[in-house]
Design a protein around this ligand. Sequence first.
Ligand code: IMP
Ligand code: MG
Length: 181
Amino acid sequence: MPTRPYVIDQLISAKSIAARIEELCHEIHDEFRDTDKLVVVGLLRGSFVFIADLVRELDLPVEVDFIEASSYGNSTESSREVRILKDLRGEIHDRDVLLVEDIVDTGYTLKHVIGLIKAKGPARMKTIALLDKPSRREVDVRADWTGFEIPDEFVVGYGIDFAQRNRNLPFIGKVRFLEEE
Ligand code: IMP
Ligand code: MG
């Protein structure tokens, strides 16, 4: 549970997210239109809302799988050490994979998971992140598709949490701590 009092200011509306997902799905569709073996892999837990909207907008035969990596614990600082808490259930060898992440921040998580998936020998792998904070990057990695680039703010909502709270907000908001004003 968060300990310091904070408020949430809207940064990206639910309507803007939906419009952006529609655009992205056109591009994803073009990339994967020739395949019937696409596996959409969500990185838990932050991508669960994004992946739900994404696959429903994507007019392709897909399978859905999940992988869980540890990240922030209960703080707003990245741990840099990525641990896999839950691996994929299905086989992705020789399959086409779309990896879905909520935010690329320092980049450690995405880089680590890309390596892990590549080691399983997919036919093709692409990555999509809803949000990207390029100014925070510490390792060289980029998603093939990005929903929105955002400044260095701690955000919540649309699946994304602060100490496990606020995942159920329909929009993306930024956390503003009250004591810091
Ligand atoms: P990275 O390994 O530093 O790139 O961190 C990626 C993970 O940290 C994301 O998948 C998120 O789960 C989490 N994260 C990064 N920035 C934020 C944020 O602003 N709010 C909530 N979680 C975040
Ligand atoms: Mg995450």
